[in-house]
Design a protein around this ligand. Structure first.
Ligand code: NDP
Length: 334
């Protein structure tokens, strides 16, 4: 009998903050895999802020999601049936076929999980895309040196919490922002030297400045908006701004204004550079080696916020924008 898979489809394009009602659950039958294919049951799926951009109908580095179609995203699953010699029943694989309970795909589109001492869902977080984002963004673009001050916004999230810890491993002074006192305490426990609750601090620039008496050498931006403006004021000469994301403007209904103080880039000889994580694909080997060594040595820790069941994935996505997650937002599927 064919396996059934529930999947999350885009019902309409969200306006402003997304709502669970912008999505709907559908069911498909999964027949036996054809030649070169495998049938996979997903165990975990990743929930990511960048997906908000794909819900807007505009050209981008990835095509927009289509109304009525299932969403896609990172997932880890187990092979149920394989019709390709490279995969066997029971193999754990990473894919981009998340937001569904199961799927059939060419074996060539599935990556067997490396045998590292970590649970499968870590390949959606610390050892997966968010980990690579933190590692490549900070090390290749931020180029931190021992003694530098690194400012990380969104520091209690999947990416930010790893940037904080990698910057500490590299011998930096780390200042950071997060959206609750509990998150501030957690980011401090990861080693950050000065952490600001941006929701209650009053003057963000003044609160951050206390932790950066010599200015900021590297700003890792997950948030944009007022955080980017504060960073531009605090940057030291020849500082590097790593533009990873701008979650504070993802739900803006009209284009968000650029930083009013961007001319600091000129006067302070700054470099500001954005990236898409796929650009770091050639760093995969050193990334996995360093991360697993650091995890083994107790230098990298992580948290997960887990929802159960594919039907709760839309709420998990909405929750990213209200800060309901600490660390990686995941949905457990089986
Ligand atoms: P997170 O785990 O950080 O989750 C999102 C967090 O953002 C929330 O928990 C919330 O934390 C914070 N947030 C939400 N709204 C706001 C706001 N208005 N102002 C400030 N903070 C807000 O997500 P990720 O770690 O997965 O992603 C972090 C950033 O990195 C995102 O901007 C994402 O798009 C980007 N990214 C970019 C990639 C690339 O290739 N360039 C790849 C992966 C991610 P709090 O409670 O602290 O407010």
């Amino acid at each position: 009998m064919a396996m059934k898979s529930r999947e999350i489809r885009l019902k309409n394009r969200p306006v402003g903050l997304p709502k669970p009602g912008d999505f709907e659950v559908g069911t498909v039958d999964l027949p036996d895999p054809g030649p070169g294919q495998a049938l996979v049951r997903n165990l975990w799926m990743s929930v990511d802020p960048y997906m908000r951009g794909r819900m807007i109908d505009r050209p981008s580095y990835v095509p927009p999601f289509q109304i009525g179609e299932a969403l896609t995203g990172g997932a880890v699953g187990q092979v149920v049936k394989s019709n390709d010699p490279s995969l066997a029943e029971g193999d754990l694989v990473e894919s981009f076929f998340g937001w569904r309970e199961g799927f059939i795909a060419p074996a060539a589109m599935l990556t067997k999980l490396p045998k590292l001492n970590a649970p499968p869902q870590a390949f959606l977080g610390v050892l997966g895309m968010p980990g690579m984002t933190a590692y490549g963004g900070l090390l290749r673009i931020g180029e931190p040196k021992a003694g530098d001050t690194v400012f990380v916004s969104g520091a209690a999230g999947a990416v930010g919490s790893l940037v904080v810890q990698i910057a500490k491993i590299k011998g930096c002074n780390v200042i950071a922002t997060a959206g609750s006192d509990e998150k501030v305490a957690w980011v401090k426990s990861l080693g950050a030297d000065h952490v600001v609750n941006y929701k209650t601090c009053g003057n963000l620039l003044a609160a951050l400045a206390q932790g950066a008496p010599k200015g900021v050498n590297v700003y890792f931006d997950n948030v944009g908006g007022d955080h980017l403006e504060a960073a531009l004021e605090l940057m030291a000469l020849k500082g590097r701004i790593v533009l990873c994301g701008g979650i504070s403007v993802y739900n803006a209904e009209t284009p968000a204004p650029g930083p009013r103080n961007y001319l600091n880039i000129v006067g302070k000889n700054l470099r500001m550079e954005g990236f898409v994580v796929s650009t770091f694909e050639n760093m995969r080997e050193p990334f996995l080696k360093d991360m697993s060594d650091w995890i083994g040595a107790g230098k990298i820790k992580w948290e997960e916020t887990v929802k159960d069941g594919v039907e709760n994935a839309p709420q998990a996505f909405v929750d990213l924008f209200t800060g309901a997650n600490t660390g990686k937002m995941l949905v457990k599927l089986a």
